[in-house]
Design a protein around this ligand. Sequence first.
Ligand code: NAP
Ligand code: 8YV
Length: 321
Amino acid sequence: MSTKPDVLAVAKLHPFYLQALQTLYTVHDRTHTEDPAAFAALAPRIVGVAGTGEASVPRSLLAQLPQAKVVSVFGVGYDGVDLGAAIEFGIPVTHTPDVLTDDVADLAMGLVLSVGRAIPQADQFVRAGRWPAGPIALARKVSGARMGIVGLGRIGKAIAQRAKAFGMSIAYTARSEKPDSGFTFFPSTLELAAHVDFLVAITPGGTGTRHLINAQVLQALGPRGFLINVARGSVVDESALIEALQQGTIAGAGLDVFAHEPQVPEALWRLSNVVLTPHMASATTETRQAMADLAFANMQAGISGQPLRTPVPECMPLLKM
Ligand code: NAP
Ligand code: 8YV
């Protein structure tokens, strides 16, 4: 019988993270959902919980883990974790900020260029042998256009930096104004949308941002405006977005995240004015390795009672106790 401490994986973990965990722990891969009877016997021995940015860690699960010392999320977003319950039960939560910022900002710019210049559509145009019949339709100039960023945090600022290099003007909304940024602040997403060509969502998910981008915001963005979502599917009202794309209320969208991943509505597949990617903004070898290293370091620290590398801000009071 293994003497390694027991860790519960609540989502399909990236192999870099899973393999690192397996060097020190017995990892129980989603046993709580796949074999609830076995989980009842195992739960009292679980000392750590490993998840992803999208994983669900509800109160009902945390309540069954009296020995859990840490929830280590492989991702910067942790909207799936019931933080109130984690704090109440004294289980700190960690995440992987900063190490993925460049990749997510790169993909956001990639989507801006893809939708603005219709690059995937142009690729299809060539492959389908349509070029000899005549030139492709004109696209939208990106350099010098107006970008609006919803959420000027670590990643939002990195997107702004890249957009500046394209000569774009930058405006943003966030919970609080950032006077030092030098960018134009709008107090609401609606006002921001009315003043930009490319609206880029990069906030956390969860109840605080649910459907921040709704039918009214899309209306304000207008028929020459593009939406980019690299935040969470929950930030955008997906039904309203589909309708806006179908009606030409907005010009197009570049989407890395969706309301019910990995399911993407067929209505979106059928639209020619969207570019769709499978929640891959941090999915490079380099970044996934860095995320795995950090998530593993947090797990080890939590289980061995050492200082956590990157606890989520809401858990700071817990760590001072
Ligand atoms: P961060 O530094 O915490 O920045 C979050 C920003 O969102 C902050 O500027 C914050 O405003 C703003 N915000 C929060 N609630 C808001 C609201 N209700 N209305 C407007 N703005 C709001 O986080 P980050 O490292 O940049 O990451 C942001 C998010 O990106 C993650 O939480 C995750 O959901 C997403 N993400 C997605 C992928 C992907 O694969 N697609 C990868 C990584 C991250 P204040 O500054 O005023 O507090
Ligand atoms: C990952 C993410 O795709 O960091 C986040 O919040 O959404 C992404 O980096 C995810 O955590 C890995 O599944």
